[in-house]
Ligand binder design. Structure first.
Ligand code: BES
Ligand code: MN
Ligand code: MN
Length: 456
């Protein structure tokens, strides 16, 4: 199998570059045609690789690519999930090469989606091709690749609920997360949830002369900043009443275990040009970005931001505010707490509207499942080291539903690195990581088929 992968390396990379040339940005409707092209590209490649039933399922939004290969109903089934949509590439001027003109430089593939998640999804397509070509597919496989992960997977949620039988599987495998380092393999065992809001603060009914009215009417930007600042206290705890009510506190043993994962604070600061780190008192950096909930402003605007000075009191100020959630917080509960609290802290001189966006539930995946064990063995085979379990700070909104609706465990076997700059300018993915993924995935199938004891 390794020989086949090596021999076809250049073609695998060429095909990935072709996929990366399609700007399938889900957040911006002007890319709709490209989104459809990316879906069709994957459908075709799955079919060429030997999958059956390769088709697009239309939704109220972007289509879902589905394909399968059922070689024997008595064998276990792996369901592969990934996403072909990407984040917007702005700001374009900060890219060293254009985001949708992929280049391979210093053994890295540079393009929007190179790692998140086209590169990682495509590893599964090429691993499947390899197993088919080598007559080495050890179990059944189904693919479900969506086009709305970056905008909350709302339509996929409906699809999952309506297609339980079609999606029936013994394990779900996702490569849409990272590892600690290329020589420190890890398997992700948790994802945070999300509660996302847009807030609007309105003062006077029009922009006003700041000399004539300044000091006498509320400035919505001043007020919004004060409201936002009050959401954390001096220890960087979030001040929303009840916010921590359901937060699962880890035991000292679990925290000590976490602290074993290799982490170098100086290197971390240096990589980000940070004079110092920042976060909730009483927790380490690794804990702050994985097992603790957060509240962040993702964007803030209003008033005059053009050239020169304009003396104005704006009528409105806006912000996008999101919270990352951990077990056992739920997105509905936190959304309600946030909305109530934010409205309650507004002074009577302004009007405040809170508009909730998409949410997502936190998940923790078991390390005892056959899926985790198979992933750990496969990575040990290809990296020569047992991977460490690590809870991640990111979110993949559909994963909680895989458990609650499909009653199936998920394995988060990702091959990216934090330094891959996903969602940022100059996103990239190591050729090493892409190839390692293609090599590891067939071994995962083999170990899973061997470990799995069929339930029914
Ligand atoms: N693949 C990421 C999530 C991720 C990255 C998890 C690295 C763990 C490690 C995913 O595409 C993503 O960006 N998710 C969004 C959520 C979505 C609702 C916009 C996120 O985490 O912000
Ligand atoms: Mn992703
Ligand atoms: Mn993403």
């Amino acid at each position: 199998m390794k020989a086949y992968i090596e021999q076809n390396k250049d073609r695998f990379l060429e095909e990935l570059l072709e996929l990366l040339r399609i700007p399938s940005v889900s957040a911006d409707l002007s890319f709709k045609g490209d989104v459809l092209r990316a879906a069709e590209f994957l459908r075709e490649k799955l079919e060429e690789a030997g999958a059956d039933n390769a088709q697009l399922f239309q939704t109220a939004g972007n289509p879902i690519v589905y394909a399968d290969k059922i070689i024997d109903p008595a064998l276990p089934t792996v369901l592969v999930y990934g996403h072909y949509d990407v984040q917007p590439a702005d700001p374009y001027e900060l890219w060293d090469s254009p985001p949708f003109e992929p280049v391979i430089k210093n053994e890295n593939i540079y393009a929007r989606g190179a790692c998140d998640d086209k590169g990682q999804t495509y590893m599964h397509v090429k691993a499947f091709e390899t197993m088919m070509q080598q007559q080495a597919l050890p179990c059944n496989v189904k693919f479900m690749i969506e086009g709305e992960e970056e905008v909350g997977s709302v339509n996929l949620a409906t699809f999952v609920k309506e297609n339980k039988e079609r999606l029936k599987a013994d394990i779900i495998v996702i490569s849409d997360t990272g590892m600690l380092a290329n020589d420190v393999p890890s398997v992700t065992t948790g994802l945070r949830g999300l509660s996302y809001h847009e807030v609007e603060v309105t003062g006077p009914n029009r922009d006003l002369h700041s000399g004539l009215y300044g000091g006498a009417v509320a400035n919505p930007i001043n007020i919004l900043c004060k409201m936002i600042a009050s959401l954390h206290d001096e220890n960087n705890h979030i001040t929303i009443p009840g916010f921590y009510g359901n937060v699962e506190e880890l035991s000292q043993e679990e925290r000590a275990e976490m602290a074993h994962a290799p982490f170098n604070l100086d290197a971390y600061k240096q990589a980000l040009d940070l004079p110092d780190v920042h976060g909730e008192a009483g927790y380490s950096t690794m804990e702050r970005n994985s097992i603790r909930p957060t509240l962040d402003v993702n964007g803030i605007w209003g008033g005059y931001t053009g050239e020169g000075a304009k003396t104005v009191i704006p009528s409105k100020a806006f912000a996008k505010i999101s919270m990352r959630l951990v077990p056992n917080q739920t997105s509905d509960e936190i959304t309600e707490l946030f909305q109530k609290h934010f409205e309650s802290i507004a002074p009577p001189s302004v009007k405040v509207v809170v508009k909730p966006h998409h949410g997502g539930e936190p998940v923790v995946t078991p390390t005892t499942s056959a899926g985790y064990q198979a992933a750990a063995k496969a990575m040990e085979d290809t990296f020569g080291k047992k991977p460490v379990p690590v809870r991640s700070g990111g979110s993949i909104p559909i994963v909680a539903m895989f458990k609650s609706v499909l009653e199936t465990d998920t394995v988060l076997m990702g091959f990216g690195l934090d330094s891959d700059a996903i969602h940022s300018p100059n996103e990239h993915f190591g050729v090493f990581n892409f190839m390692k993924g293609i090599e590891t995935i067939p071994l995962f199938y083999q170990h899973f088929a061997a470990l799995h004891t069929k339930k029914d």
